[in-house]
Design a protein around this ligand. Structure first.
Ligand code: GLN
Length: 389
């Protein structure tokens, strides 16, 4: 029997992923799962067919570490086509096991123990966790409610001589906020003035309903100091495939590759050619993806309003955030744990996305990346809450 605690003190605060807890609760109770963000329909058939064909054709052994050349080329072409960003597929693009690995490898590559990572909160749960893995610390800068504005002066005030990275997630999970050009321009200025590297999480880049997505790397002075990260999961409705990528200047990509090769070594061989097919799909695919999801957003947000919640209408992503106080809730975690029993729906408490959970205590996140009939049923069930049924 080992007497010392198994878990290193560095990781002791991390607990269990709230998404895993809430998906398990949905499975155990049979409730509608509007917690973890994953679609309940498959993406484009061409993409699925290409993965099946790759398996049948024997693309089942280790692919090249940086990713197969056709996928790196497709990623570079996508960055140019949608965002006007130019990357050399051979030296400035790295394929990863989802955006989550790309973010982890970037933070591990860039940060020494004691370094600091800045991010706006609420922050996606893996960000403070990977900072902890690196022995670094995530310092959150709170987005200002109710519109979740970025307080860039506060960001600048949080920069110290230990700050190494600014991690920017737009479109933003969990709020659904899309950062404005003014906000991104001001963040870019802080990065340039204080010589910081930006790591961006843009996995919802194609799921924008109002406003428009702009990569931070497109702002003055940023191309040379930004690692731009995205993935296939949300764009092609394949969250379980775990194919992501990171694009940036050669030296930064080489640093991330050094960390990545000892995390997962390489990433899903037969999925790589399939994602290359997806990235080459026509504009109509991308337009239909956003418009389909906009309709789902509107449907769920209306249902949440009718149920009595205060709703923050998201400009992008899979998620809508509500204030539970108008329906008598006070503590989001308690609320979400009892919701399946009360009305057969699962959601995620936003308190887990704040350093001080009290700051997000009254906030709960619902996912709307589900079939229309599922959202309609969920809205009907939530409407029963106010009556106490
Ligand atoms: N990105 C998904 C969400 O926010 C979940 C990812 C995960 O389970 N780690 O719901």
């Amino acid at each position: 029997m080992v007497r010392r605690p198994a878990l290193s003190p560095r990781l002791a605060g991390l607990g269990t992923s709230i998404f895993a807890e809430m998906s398990a609760l949905a499975a155990a109770t049979g409730a509608i799962n509007l917690g973890q963000g994953f679609p309940d329909e498959d993406g484009p058939i061409e993409v699925a067919d290409a993965a099946v064909a790759a398996i049948r054709a024997g693309q089942n052994q280790y692919p090249p570490g940086p990713g197969i050349e056709p996928l790196r080329r497709a990623i570079a072409e996508h960055q140019e086509r949608f965002w006007g960003l130019t990357f050399d597929p051979d030296t400035e693009v790295l394929v990863t096991t989802g955006a989550t690995e790309a973010i982890a490898a970037a933070v591990l590559a860039l940060c020494d123990p004691g370094d600091e990572v800045l991010a706006f909160e609420p922050t996606f749960d893996s960000y403070p966790a990977v900072a902890a893995l690196a022995g670094a610390r995530l310092r959150p800068v709170t987005l200002v409610p109710p519109a979740y504005e970025a307080d860039v002066e506060a960001l600048a005030a949080h920069v110290t001589d230990r700050t190494r990275v600014v991690l920017v997630n737009t479109p933003h999970n969990p709020t659904g906020k899309v950062f404005t050009g003014d906000e991104l321009g001001a963040i870019a200025q802080v990065c340039v003035e204080r010589d910081l590297v930006a790591v961006t999480d843009e996995v919802y880049e194609h799921l924008v309903f109002d406003g428009r997505h702009r990569p931070l790397a497109s702002f003055p002075g940023m191309a040379e100091r930004t690692l731009t990260i995205s993935s296939a999961g949300k764009t092609f409705s394949v969250t379980g495939w775990k194919i992501g990528w990171v694009c940036g200047p050669r030296e930064l990509i080489a640093a991330v590759r050094t960390a990545k090769q000892f995390l997962t070594y390489v990433s899903g061989a037969p999925f790589q050619p399939a994602v290359a097919v997806g990235l080459g799909l026509g504009d109509e695919f991308y337009a239909a993806l956003a418009s389909g999801l906009r309709a789902k957003r509107d449907l769920l947000c209306e249902g949440l309003r009718v149920a009595g919640f205060d709703v923050f209408v998201p400009q992008g992503t899979y998620f809508a955030t509500v204030d539970i106080r108008p329906v008598g809730g006070t503590d989001g975690l308690e609320f979400c744990r009892s919701l399946p029993e009360r009305c057969g729906v699962v959601a995620v408490p936003s308190s887990v996305f704040y350093e001080d959970p009290a700051d997000g205590r009254h906030l709960v996140r619902f996912a709307f990346c589900k079939r229309t009939e599922v959202l309609t049923e969920a809205a009907d069930r939530l409407a029963g809450l106010r009556g106490g049924s």
